[in-house]
Each structure stands twice: as C-alpha cells, then as structure tokens.
Design a binder for this molecule. Structure first.
Ligand code: BGC
Length: 361
C-alpha cells in the first residue's frame, strides 16, 4: 500500500514537472564557464511542447559545452522582444528563437545583425528580416499532408461514396507554420471536397475563417460550440474535424464532449504535438491521431547547426527552396514528422523514452 502511494506520488511529480505552466521560472541561465553563450527564446510555457523544446535545447547545449540563457515570453510579443534585446546586450554568441509573432522581430534582430550574432529561427520562421541565418523545423507542409491523408485513409474516401461532413480548424494567423499545415492538409482534402465526398457544412474553408489566434484552446472550443449549434444541432452527423494541432484539438474535444458526443460517435479528429492530454484523449477514443514531432531530434539538429556556425564549418541543411521569409530563401533543416495514434503510440512515444506509460494513462 505504502509502496503504491509512493509510486503514485512519484508519477504525479514526474507529470507535474512536464505539465504546462506549473509555476516554473521563465528564465533559466546556466554556467559552463568559458563556453560560448547561446540565447534561447521560447514563446510560452502554456503549451507542453515548448517546455520540452526549451528543456531539450538547454540540456543538449550544456552537454556540448555551451552556456545557455533560456527565456519564455508568456506569449507576449513585447516580452519576447525585450528578452532578445537583453540577450544581445549580454553578448550572446548566437540566438535561437521560436517566435510568437514571426513578423514582429525585425527591429530587435537588426541589432543582432549589426552585432554579428547569428540567428536560427526555431520551429517557426521569422519573417521580413535579413538577420535570420538559418531555419530549423519539422516539415510543416508534410504535417498537413499527413493529417489530410489520415482522414482520407480512415474514411476510405477512395472507395466510399460519402458524403462525409467535415469542419476545419487551423492555427494562429501570425504563425507562418499555420499556412503550411493548413495548405498541406487542404491539398490532400480539396479534391474530395470538390467531388462532394467531403462536405464542409458550415462553408468555412478559407484560412482566415478557420484560423485560431494564438492557437488558443478556448477560442477553438468556442468556435466548435458555435459550429455545432449552427450546423449540427438538428441531427446532422459530424464525421471529421481537421485540427492543425493539439491545443485546438483539445478545445474541439471539450466542445464535442459538452454537446454529448462520446467515443462511440466521435468524429475523426486530428492534432499535432502529442501533448500528454491529447495522447490520453487518443487512448480514450476521442481524438484520433496527433503528429509526433520528436523535440529531441530538433534540439540535436540545432546544436549541430550552432556548432558548425561557431566553428566556421558547413552548416547541415536539407532545404534551400521552400522558406522565403520575405527577404529571400532561408537555408533550412527539415526534420520529418510522423503520426501517432492508438495503434502505434507505444512504439513511438513509450518505447522511444519520450513518455512513460504512466504519464499517458
Ligand atoms: C508549432 C506547433 C504548435 C503550434 C502551437 C506551431 O508553430 O509548429 O507544433 O502546436 O505552434 O504552439
């Protein structure tokens, strides 16, 4: 009994340490005396993935001998700008930035450029500034095509006549990634919408209509509730919801559960990030899948890129044509996303050591 209690307490501690917010400091500095210093600016602690990104980056950079100044900006653009300003003043040797609003960092990054500080845009491209040296991310377009293809396969759209009813959700309009996610998914889904096998009952298909500011769970929930009231209250069946990520999928799930949907009639619902809440929902039979972007892979790659920059060696990149930030193409390293669902989560998420089984139970 006592043993069980201790093990429950331990798993609660492990989970809480991974969970969002949880009163952790927004600033983490390290000393690796004599090592070069890297400033790492992350958008927010509100989403689990950025906590993992930050923690992995710090761990890997320190292991490679760097000092790290890691900052989270609570999704506030002015805070992120001033954090980056401070990093420049404190003479960091390089900056790694996951931006909040990709279009708002031009002025501060001009300072970085004149101080000869290389900048790696992390996960999200930083727009309209020539101060960005490299971009490292997961293949954002592929994230969307995998989500779209998952829907096609689950509904067996090539063999079924349908029609199936679908609603569409994507992310924040100030995040360049959102257009790639949505564009990739729609490139797969559009032919089926055009042939009438998929029907967007609300008629809301344009990026601006389906975007979710700040990737907010609450906004997604509100919009799903409104869509249900306006289009599905009369018994019309909702078969699929495309959601670009997990924070939106969680809001969508809340709305659907609130409207009485159960795992028996839950629509197919996509997501991205494999946040713990979403993995639990996948195992509970509500959310169907989530794109798995192993943040350890991205961190390792960024450290490799930084080291090459510092040593004046060739920087690993594998894409020189996709990501134009308004000032030209930014040389990019694209990691490959995959999807996790109830069938393969164990191998992908547990056996790989990303989560423990207890965390997702
Ligand atoms: C990231 C996603 C994440 C979203 C919300 C995007 O830029 O690529 O992984 O779900 O932001 O934070």
């Amino acid at each position: 009994m006592k043993k069980k209690l201790i093990s429950i307490l331990l798993s609660v501690m492990v989970i809480s340490s991974l969970l969002v917010g949880c009163g952790k400091k927004d600033t983490e500095t390290s000393t690796n005396d004599g090592g070069k210093k890297i400033g790492v600016a992350m958008p927010t602690k509100d989403l689990q993935r950025w906590n993992q990104d930050g923690a992995n980056m710090k761990k890997e950079l320190e292991a490679a001998g760097y000092q790290v100044d890691l900052q989270y900006a609570n999704n506030d653009i002015a805070t992120q700008v001033s954090q980056i300003e401070n990093m420049i003043t404190s003479k960091v040797d390089a900056l790694v930035i996951a931006s909040i609003d990709g279009g708002s960092l031009g002025t501060v990054l001009a300072e970085a450029k004149s101080a000869n500080i290389p900048v790696i845009a992390y996960d999200r491209l930083i727009m309209d500034t020539d101060a960005v040296s490299y971009y490292a991310t997961f293949d954002n377009y592929m994230v969307g095509t995998i989500q779209g293809q998952y829907i096609v396969d689950q509904l067996d759209l090539d063999n079924q006549a349908g029609p199936f009813n679908i609603e569409l959700f994507t992310g924040s309009p100030d995040d360049n990634n959102a257009r790639y996610f949505f564009g990739g998914a729609m490139d797969v889904l559009n032919p089926y919408i055009e042939s009438g096998k998929l029907v967007v009952v609300s008629g809301q298909k344009e990026f601006e209509e389906v975007a979710t500011l700040n990737w907010s769970t609450e906004e997604a929930q509100k919009r799903m509730e409104n869509l249900i009231t306006a289009n599905y209250a009369n018994g019309t069946k909702l078969d699929v919801v495309l959601s670009s990520n997990d924070s939106c999928a969680i809001g969508i799930t809340n709305a659907l559960v609130g409207a009485g949907y159960t795992k028996e009639n839950f629509p197919i619902l996509t997501g991205q990030d494999c946040d713990i809440t979403s993995v639990k929902n996948i195992l509970a039979g509500t959310q169907s899948m989530s794109i798995f972007k192993d943040t350890r892979t991205l961190a390792t790659k960024v450290v490799e890129m930084l080291t090459a920059i510092m040593e004046g060696k060739e920087v690993p990149i594998n894409d020189t044509k996709t990501y134009d930030n308004g000032t030209g193409i930014i040389p990019t390293y694209l990691c490959e996303p995959v999807f996790a669902d109830a069938d393969n989560y164990k191998e992908l998420l547990i056996d790989s050591g990303y989560y423990t089984e207890d965390q997702v139970k």
